[in-house]
Write a new protein. Structure first.
Length: 234
């Protein structure tokens, strides 16, 4: 893993989240767009577009934060629970599903129908299974549970920012870029963490070049010292 790959993944995730969030706003907030399109108001339209892109970027940054938190949690879980870590992840997945439906509905005080939370959770689960299957094809079968854990548990934690507000529009506006960003990050992780032989060769070549220059400088320094001693003797 190197900084160049991490930065590339970071920028692509932001771009993907912004695009998905922006297009989602067309469907969720079409009434607001129609108000500035009929009659056409270019300045208001630009402001509306920038607002929803900015909102999508904020939600994508939340996704990025959750991803890096997941990397720490996963490493800690492997070290602490060892062979029981997959079972612990599965239990967390079940609790997160229950939280997405029941606790979110209770926190919303019935302002949003229970059916909406059920459908939202089903969408998250189906999407997570698709991403997990892709991840398994990339790596191996042991990646299924960790991917499901990230896609469901971490997504549920990220969505908690808007679920309790019981605003369907903002829930959807956050859900789509977060799911897209999380799915991309967990799939791209394999490529980012993959051993880059060309990059390693370049690093090794630079290391050898620095060592060569250092040895040449040491030889030059020794030669000057030797010349000074010969001069003093004469």
């Amino acid at each position: 893993m190197n900084s160049r790959k991490i930065v590339n993944m970071f920028m692509r995730t932001l771009l993907l989240g912004a695009i998905v969030g922006f297009f989602t706003s067309f469907f969720v907030n079409w009434q607001e767009y129609s108000n500035v399109l009929r009659p056409f108001d270019g300045f208001e339209l630009l402001g509306l577009v920038l607002f929803f892109i900015g909102l999508a970027l904020v939600f994508t940054v939340v996704s990025l934060t959750g991803f890096f938190a997941y990397l720490f949690i996963h490493r800690f879980g492997q070290g602490f629970f060892r062979s029981f870590w997959p079972t612990v992840q599965f239990l967390f997945i079940l609790f997160a599903i229950f939280d997405l439906i029941y606790f979110s509905y209770r926190a919303g005080k019935g302002e949003v129908s229970l059916l909406f939370y059920i459908v939202m959770t089903v969408v998250i689960i189906v999407y997570s299974i698709i991403i997990a299957r892709i991840k398994v094809k990339q790596t191996n079968r042991t990646a299924f549970i960790p991917t499901m854990f990230f896609m469901i548990v971490i997504t549920a934690l990220e969505l908690s920012l808007v679920l309790r507000a019981a605003d369907v529009q903002y829930i959807i506006l956050m859900l789509t870029p977060v799911l897209a960003a999380n799915g991309y990050q967990i799939i791209a992780l394999h490529e980012v963490a993959k051993r880059d032989e060309e990059h390693i060769k370049r690093i090794e070549a630079r290391r050898k070049e620095r060592l060569k220059r250092y040895e040449e400088k040491m030889k030059e320094s020794q030669a000057r010292e030797e010349a000074k001693r010969e001069k003093k003797k004469s």
